[in-house]
Design a protein around this ligand. Structure first.
Ligand SMILES: Cc1ncc(COP(=O)(O)O)c(C=O)c1O
Length: 366
């Protein structure tokens, strides 16, 4: 049987008793929002990433704008990021009335081309959002050097890279702050939405904590304008029980990735590269076809296999982002990749035999 592109139910079958016990514990506790489960999970996540503080929020998107705001980004500021990311990286900048400024990516690994950042800096630039896309880290040492030189904040978008390493440091422990998503498909996924802001900077953590709760520090008194974005107790309890398993699941993802590598040797498909400076955690296994991507996907689909495309349109080529004022051709690497890429199924509960079947179907179709 060919596997689905993604399905959380295999994992749920394994964890069901523990998940239901956690839900029951919270429901019986009398506290559903901002209680001990959230505090314990924030501590556990901060410990996992290797920073001092975490603030649970409603989604990865909320984590980005709350982190930006907590780092001092306000309306009219510019924030540098990339065109080949999930829409929320960019929409989070705009929620604050700040302006997204894009730089292209590197051909070899789909990640921000750090060498292009300085040319994009203006007197209004306040922050950079490196997106650790697909499961591996942007080259952060040179990026941090540029940020320091120009007095910029760095918000790492770690939605796709929980557990990845950059020179033996955890993804999310290097910038001013980092943001995580617990959307169900993520490396640490919940059964609904969730996210977190993490930082070593106590002032950023304190501000993020206030911003997620209507700008309050004490009940019913707003110190500032804020939002409602809280990670509920049920989700915190579930995510906390899954967190210790993440590294084992990453090991399984890396095993599947190496199985794909062996399977596609000599196939003509361009496979993901792994940067020597870090550890790739394979949130996605994205390949590039030398031929017509959509025709290839149709042939794969006709054989009964569903693949993904992350992402088919770079941000600047979407109608919703015409107002950024970019044109086709301005980010040639991101644009070329968007036409050639597709993603193969990869998740810890995928079986070795299923990976072999995926390889056979894709090889026959290319
Ligand atoms: C790179 C990236 N940033 C941000 C987000 C936003 O996360 P969420 O869906 O939890 O709001 C996602 C998730 O799709 C993502 O992949």
């Amino acid at each position: 049987m060919l596997p689905p592109f993604w399905d959380y139910r295999r994992e749920y079958d394994e964890l069901r008793d523990e998940v239901l016990a956690a839900v029951d514990r919270v429901f019986k506790s009398g506290q559903l929002i901002l209680g001990p489960e959230g505090v314990a999970f924030e501590r556990a996540m901060a410990g996992y990433v290797g920073v001092s503080g975490g603030v649970g929020v409603n989604s990865g998107t909320d984590a980005i704008y709350i982190a930006l705001a907590a780092a001092g980004v306000t309306a009219g500021d510019e924030v540098i990021t990339v065109p080949n990311t999930a829409v929320p990286t960019v929409s989070a900048i705009q929620i604050l009335g700040a302006r997204p400024v894009l730089v292209d990516i590197r051909d070899e690994d789909f990640l921000m081309d750090v060498a292009q950042i300085e040319a994009a800096i203006t007197p209004r630039t306040k922050a950079i959002i490196p997106v650790h896309l697909y499961g591996q880290c942007v080259d952060l040492d040179p990026l941090m050097a540029i940020a320091t030189r120009h007095g910029l904040k760095v918000i790492e978008d770690c939605a796709q890279s929980q557990g990845a390493l950059y020179k033996n440091r955890r993804c999310g422990s290097i910038g001013t702050a980092s943001t995580f998503s617990f959307y169900p498909t993520k490396l640490l996924g919940g059964y609904g939405d969730g996210g977190m802001v993490l930082s070593d900077d106590e002032a950023v953590v304190r501000l993020a904590r206030s911003l997620r709760f209507y700008g309050m520090e004490e009940t019913y008194y707003a110190e500032r304008h804020g939002y409602n974005s809280r990670l509920d107790e049920v989700h915190a309890a579930i995510l906390a029980l899954k967190l210790p398993r993440v590294d084992g699941w990453i090991g399984r993802r890396r095993h599947i990735a190496s199985q794909y590598r062996r399977g596609f040797e000599g196939s003509g498909l361009r496979l993901p590269t792994e940067n020597a400076y870090g550890r790739h955690v394979y949130h996605l296994f994205v390949v590039e076809t030398p031929g017509d991507r959509d025709a290839t996907l149709q042939r794969i689909d006709a054989r009964g296999l569903k693949c993904g495309v992350q992402y088919r349109w770079p941000i600047h080529l979407m109608r919703g982002y015409e107002d950024l004022g970019y044109r086709a051709g301005q980010f040639p690497v991101a644009e070329k990749k968007a036409q050639r890429i597709f993603s193969l199924p990869i998740y810890p509960h995928l079986k070795d035999e299923e990976v072999d079947e995926v390889v056979a179907v894709v090889r026959a179709a290319i």
